[in-house]
Design a protein around this ligand. Structure first.
Ligand code: GAR
Length: 208
């Protein structure tokens, strides 16, 4: 069983799908970390009996000091995989290097499109007819690590940020557990900054 630490900043609905499927995925969530003490994800963790760690970034001098404290706390739980699930912080190279090859993120766009924030709004404003979500390995470049899985969704004329976000979320709850299961099975690896599933270079697009 793979030891996983999950980082959240907010609602934690992706965390919840992982909590609910731990046994099936071959993982044990050994801790949930948040930079905000009001993150609802912390409540979800406590209800599942998972230890929580809250480190308020406002109480640290700078990113280096904060990320060092995060590493120190997280490593007490010996994570074999680190899962970013709506963790809304830019990570230092110290942090990304420390968990290199064993840290995944989910980003609500078809990367490399729309790195950063407000991805649903930007897709709508650009008049895109499709949008989506990407699970990727985390490297130093923000939202720039090798993709593992993408899912596409259509954009309709009547979509708002909310309806689009809901459609994307439904895909997140499908592809994030899949990526985590692959990693737990030892099938998903990062080699020379390229993601591989078994012997095939990723991403697998149009996975359905
Ligand atoms: C998810 O939609 C995830 O893709 C996004 O935050 C949301 C968290 O929802 N992540 C990012 O924007 C990362 N830059 P959740 O807290 O309900 O899982």
């Amino acid at each position: 069983v793979l030891s996983v630490v999950v980082l959240v900043s907010g609602n934690g609905s992706n965390l919840q799908t992982l909590i609910d499927q731990q046994a099936d995925l071959g993982i044990r969530i050994s801790a949930v970390v948040s930079n905000r003490d009001d993150a609802y994800g912390l409540v979800r963790a406590r209800e599942a009996g998972i230890p929580t760690i809250t480190l308020n970034h406002q109480q640290y001098a700078d990113r280096e000091v904060y990320d060092a404290a995060l590493i120190q706390q997280m490593d007490q739980h010996n994570p074999e995989l680190v899962v970013l699930a709506g963790f809304m912080r830019i990570l230092t190279p110290t942090f990304t290097r420390h968990y290199h090859g064993r840290m995944l993120n989910i980003h609500p766009s078809l990367l490399p499109k729309y790195k950063g924030l407000h991805t649903h709004r930007r897709a709508l404003e650009a008049g895109d007819t499709e949008h989506g979500v990407t699970v990727h390995f985390v490297t130093e470049e923000l939202d720039g690590g090798s993709p593992v899985i993408q899912a596409r969704v259509p954009i309709t004329d009547t979509d708002t940020e909310d309806t689009l976000q809901q459609r994307v979320h439904a895909q997140e709850y499908r592809i994030y557990p899949q990526a985590v299961a692959w990693f737990a099975e030892g099938r998903l690896k990062l080699i020379n900054n390229q993601a591989f599933l078994d012997d095939a270079a990723l991403p697998v697009t149009g996975y359905d």
